[in-house]
Design a protein around this ligand. Sequence first.
Ligand code: OXD
Ligand code: MN
Length: 581
Amino acid sequence: MNRDLEKWVEECAAQARPDRVVWIDGSEAEQSALIEEAVAEGVFARMNEQTHPNCFYHRSNPTDVARTEHLTFICAPTKDDTGPTNNWMSPEDAKAKIWPLYKDAMRGRNMYVIPYVMGPLGSPISKVGVEITDSRYVVANMRIMTRIGTAALEQLGESTDYCKGFHSLGDLSPDRRFIAHFPETRTIWSIGSGYGGNALLGKKCYALRIASVMARDQGWLAEHMLIVGIENPKGEVTYIAAAFPSACGKTNLAMLIPPDSMPGYKVWTVGDDIAWMKFGPDGRLYAINPENGFFGVAPGTSMKTNRNALLSTQKNSIFTNVALTDDGQPWWEGIGYDAPGPLTDWKGNRWESGSAEKAAHPNSRFTAPARQCPSISKEWETPNGVPISAIFFGGRRARTAPLIYESFDWKHGVFVGASMASETTAAATGAVGVVRRDPMAMLPFCGYNMGDYWAHWLRMGEKSDKVPKIFHVNWFRTGADGKFLWPGFGENLRPIVWALERTQGKGAAVETPIGFVPTPEALHTESLDVSPAALEELLSVDPEDWQAELAGQAEFFATFGDRLPPEIQRQHDNLKKRFAH
Ligand code: OXD
Ligand code: MN
């Protein structure tokens, strides 16, 4: 046994006072018993055994359906350590304010101790975590999203190098809900929420917020990125990583199906949300997917938009806050077919087609084992990771950003990531079309001062002369009529293939003030249904748009004060100068 772990579990149990402490071993027998109990307490409902074998349905508290960024804190010693983009609470305040909420919180309930590994078992890049929780829903999800149980304890041994996550549903009141991270001690306290991103502590809390701090200290990268392998008609596979803010089609790109007009191409899924990347002995950057499953947004997922995601969820999966047909099948808006009859909606009410209310919550989710994905890469659990040839940053921009451009070099690429932005959509509350800065898609996930994070990225570029090339993409540019100029989905492979050609010194491009943009011919437009005029607009760089963009950048960077790396300021100034010429 691990004495440090035992001591911490005892400490948590003494505070929360559960009826029983249950150590999760990861076995099938344990899983069956847990599911039975979850069904008995109403946390899970069985789904249609014929169409969705071994799948379970969960409806959450209606006030607890998404990550709560305003209740998420980084508890570093000083406010300056967390920077202007995070909420800060001092460790002392957290102890005074949050720890007491755990008092007796698990009375009458079980306390589950879940040892888990983020990353393939035995991988030198993997890391161990332990989550304590009183939620059977969390245990069942962690079993899909991470590698849990005895294997994790074996990997840990007597080491104290693991992340401690203490989760309790508490009373689910938003007034007593906190997601607090202590980077110094690699500890997470989460209370008052059962929602995935708040409660499955291996994901955003550990694999991004805590791991980003570890990565800074240890010289690697923990990023909000998908990882895929692109196979060309010769059978050669090249790996890329890509960061996009939420609602920009990350899971779709991770499971992309090439268009018929690109025969011989295949896309292999390694990960859809998080990448941990380290330099290998050959100087190349290698990435692993620390996760074991997908926690994907259900609405909009159909056989047309993301066949591979849908097929991944047909067995052994959990559906949260979707709607349910009377014969126990999931349904959501954008699933690709009309509701087969009256449904039970995500709040548990009867729902008829044509109702003004949505049947599924817009942030309803599926939790599915990654190995069930038809496009899963055979390298997805390779312990040393896959070598990354190109990194893509992207956002949703109606104007300004062309379909794709290549940065001049690593430093400029880091600046491109740092100035990333995305426009808000009608799916979120607030005004539509407002530009929100979301550097490297890490705005809600970077566990320390983002200025220092950019400095870390810049330092990483000095470690090797084989760093990936960095690109920026925008699938969402619109024309004067407000319609998307680019068809998206499978067609996104065309600009990606151009980017991969660029990494091999091929692919025609023109130099613009923002970077290299492909010529229209270089984009492999055979059988592409986009007019030459639309293509020209997609690839254009409008100086007026970029004046507004420069102003937005300047305002954002100013909030970092002296923590803004001089190199980022220099890149910004150079961009401005290039437009002035
Ligand atoms: C996610 C997110 O759930 O980015 O992956 O919000
Ligand atoms: Mn994400």
